[in-house]
Design a protein around this ligand. Structure first.
Ligand code: HEC
Length: 141
């Protein structure tokens, strides 16, 4: 016979698995976009840099920045490869009016080149992950 407290233990185990798989109510932003987490420590470091500096423009797409959820905008950029993609946040990107759309070092001089590259790596991984989740969601419906 299975004792009631064992049921409770199994129940909380199942809950633990659910929250691990990212189905919990936790959301990183009022906009309801849950920014992916990756086990790779370099991407985890990139995530924290991204949260601190890049998120301001790239979460929702402020000031002409491609939003993390805008895969159509990212697809041709990703096709250029990471080496090309690093140049934007490192050197800045100017608009046709000659003014910076994205300032050099994303406006944060405290960041090292490596930190900026990791933030870019994280953003591209997150863009692809969010896109994959959308595709899976579309199939489930
Ligand atoms: C002040 C707003 C702003 C911030 C902060 C910002 N970006 Fe951007 N970012 C932009 C804009 C605007 C563009 C699009 C420029 C264009 O292609 O005309 C862009 C484009 C990019 C691109 C694509 C470049 C390409 O070649 O297509 C990458 C990669 C990128 N940003 C990375 C970052 C990273 C990494 C950070 C944080 C370290 C960051 N951005 C912070 C505004 C910002």
């Amino acid at each position: 016979m299975i004792k009631p407290h064992l049921f409770a233990a199994i129940g909380s185990l199942a809950l633990g698995v659910l929250s691990l798989s990212g189905c919990g109510p936790e959301s990183d932003d009022a906009a309801g976009i849950e920014m992916p987490r990756f086990e790779d420590p370099l991407l985890a470091e990139g995530r924290s840099v991204w949260m601190g500096t890049c998120r301001a423009c790239h979460l929702l797409g402020v000031a002409g920045a491609p939003a993390v959820t805008d895969y159509a905008n990212w697809e041709p950029r990703i096709a250029k490869g990471m080496a090309a993609l690093y140049k934007g946040p490192l050197l800045g990107i100017k608009g046709e009016d000659g003014k910076y759309k994205m300032p050099p070092r994303a406006g944060n001089d405290r960041l090292s080149d490596t930190q900026i590259k990791r933030a870019a790596d994280y953003m591209i991984a997150a863009v692809q992950q969010l896109h994959a989740e959308t595709q899976a969601g579309a199939q489930a419906n």
